[in-house]
Design a binder for this molecule. Structure first.
Ligand SMILES: [Zn+2]
Length: 304
């Protein structure tokens, strides 16, 4: 199999999307884990090892609520032409073609691995592993800072990332950033942070509330001017924004987020507080964008 064929095969996998625009990260996270292990020389992975690792990744980086069924991607990836489960005949299937019993699957603990053709291609061209991972990261996650956290979690630190990341992420509208920052007068909508060196604004981002990867538009009502810290906390679901019609937008901090005095000062102090108002009320974050973020990114329940 050529490099291009392998790239196309990974592209063709139905992954990361549910019909309602939700995040379905089972396959992407399993593939990231398997690619990282492959790069370490572990080409044959037991189901229970994958289950533990991918479940942890889903809890950290997936939508807030489980249940997390790692047996589905482990089994269903066989239909995508790049993954085999050894001894698959010994696994009993149910009517929908999934393993009938999780207990039995754990007991049998079969090996999953890339097909021989894919494995050969990955061995022949070691840069392919990183490129495939970058493709998945760029498709699923909102920022390079987020990629780094995922890479660290799967134990695959690498530098620099391929330009796959950059070219894919650059597809967004280049004026989005300016329009969002102008709408909030170049201040963080949560904490008001603003800094300049010479004429350049530093440490301020235009964050997508509904991620670009999931169809979030490059429009001001889907954006927020946030300092680098609040951008990362928003993307990791430490806080969310609630919107209700014409009322101001409010910060809600997750009950699962915690930290030291800095966290108290820079995050908890804003719980229940309104965001700064943009220069026009129609620029406020839209309700559909906040609802998506609450469901797909926010971790757990708001504090009371
Ligand atoms: Zn801030």
């Amino acid at each position: 199999m050529t490099r291009e064929q392998v790239l196309a095969l990974f592209e063709s996998i139905k992954r990361g999307r549910t019909r309602g625009g939700g995040r379905a990260l089972n396959k992407p996270l399993l593939l990231l884990h398997a690619l990282a292990r492959f790069a370490d020389g572990d080409e044959r992975l037991r189901f229970t090892e994958i289950e533990d690792a991918v479940k942890r990744l889903l809890i950290d980086f997936g939508p807030a609520d489980g249940p997390y069924h790692v047996s589905y991607p482990f089994w269903r990836l066989q239909n995508d032409g790049l993954w085999v489960v050894e001894n698959a005949d010994a696994v009993e299937e149910n009517a929908s073609g999934d393993p009938r019993s999780l207990v039995a699957l754990r007991e049998l603990d079969p090996v999953g691995r890339f097909t021989d053709e894919v494995a050969d291609a990955l061995r022949t061209d070691p840069s392919l592993v990183g490129e495939l991972m970058d493709g998945i990261l760029a498709d699923e996650f909102p920022s390079e800072a987020y990629d780094d956290e995922v890479r660290t979690a799967i134990g695959f630190d690498r530098d620099p990332p391929s330009d796959v990341i950059l070219t894919r992420r650059r597809r967004r509208d280049p004026t989005f950033r300016k329009r969002v920052l102008d709408a909030y007068e170049h201040r963080c909508a949560v904490c008001g942070f603003s800094a300049m060196v010479g004429d350049a604004h530093i440490g301020l981002d235009a964050a997508h509330v509904k991620w670009h990867q999931y169809g979030g538009p490059d429009e001001v009502p889907n954006g927020l001017a946030l300092c680098a810290l609040h951008h990362r906390l928003l993307d990791r679901g430490a806080f969310t924004v609630t919107a209700s019609g014409s009322r101001e937008r409010v910060v809600e901090v997750s009950e699962r987020a915690r930290g030291n005095e800095g966290f108290q000062q820079w995050m908890l102090a804003y719980h229940g507080q309104p965001l700064s108002e943009p220069v026009r009320t129609e620029y406020r974050v839209s309700e559909p964008a906040t609802v998506w973020h609450q469901k797909q990114v926010f971790k757990g329940l708001p504090r009371t």
